[in-house]
Design a binder for this molecule. Structure first.
Ligand code: UGY
Ligand code: MN
Length: 243
């Protein structure tokens, strides 16, 4: 039976939800035996780019002029000489020329942002492990675990966090803020309020939220809901001109 055009996808001027059955794959320049599902980009109104890379065995990709954040979803990905497994990640500064390759098949979330410099300083490359990051309770809801994957240093102009909700736990307030978001649901599910709509959301979904998009999430089901979320960060609203 055809799906007759049905999808959980949804969009409005200030947000969209993309669900896995609608994803379209195409390699980006520099990818060999790898392909990309672009989730958000300037073409969709975002100030950053987010895509999932799907590597075949031995697949590789190149860095560009933007900063790159890579979070391994499945398999093993080597960043120069460091091999990352699921939940491990790398930050690469602008134009790093880093060699990125997969052993076996692998999947990774990639976020790229042009760096809005401050005092001419650019962060150094590093790798990290989400499991080694101490969770912080969300203000107003101590049951939500927030793991900040990038250092708090002012030289980082974006943040990437994971947020884990036990079933039945919700954001304590409807947020509306200047930072935009890109979000990949990693586990579980629930209801996401975006603008004036409510969406059923589950692992594999991608959400973009424009600045000031009203947002709220409540976790449902019997297992924790977890997402990884990007936001622009640490820059004055009038001074965030990319280099
Ligand atoms: O960091 C955040 O703004 C986060 N609390 N937003 C969200 O989960 N939608
Ligand atoms: Mn938010």
């Amino acid at each position: 039976m055809q799906n007759l055009g049905a999808t959980r996808n949804g969009s409005a001027h200030d947000h969209f939800l993309l669900t896995p059955e609608t994803f379209v794959r195409a390699p980006l320049p520099g990818m060999k035996q790898a392909t990309a599902i672009v989730h958000a980009a300037p073409a969709s109104g975002a100030g950053f780019t987010a895509y999932t890379v799907e590597f075949e065995s031995g697949g590789r990709m190149e860095t560009g002029v933007a900063q790159m954040f890579i979070y391994v979803l499945d398999g093993f990905v080597t960043i120069d000489n460091t091999t990352l497994s699921p939940n491990q990640y790398a930050y690469l500064p602008p134009a790093s020329g880093t060699h990125i390759a997969a052993h076996g098949t692998a999947r990774a979330l990639v976020i790229e942002k042009l760096h809005a410099g401050l005092d001419g300083q650019t962060p150094e490359a590093f790798t990290g492990d989400e499991q080694a990051v101490d969770p912080m309770p969300l203000e107003g809801e101590p049951d939500i675990e927030v793991r900040q994957l990038l250092p708090r240093s002012i030289h980082f102009d974006f943040a990437v966090n994971t947020m884990t909700y036990p079933p039945g736990i919700a954001l304590p307030m409807v947020e509306s803020h200047i930072m935009e978001h890109g979000l990949l649901m990693l586990a579980g599910g629930g209801i996401y309020r975006l603008g004036d709509k409510w969406y059923p959301t589950k692992a594999g979904d991608f959400i973009w939220m424009a600045p000031f998009c009203a947002q709220w999430f409540g976790a449902l089901g019997k297992t924790p809901a977890k997402y990884i979320i990007y936001k622009d960060w640490n820059r004055h609203p009038l001074s965030s001109q990319p280099e």
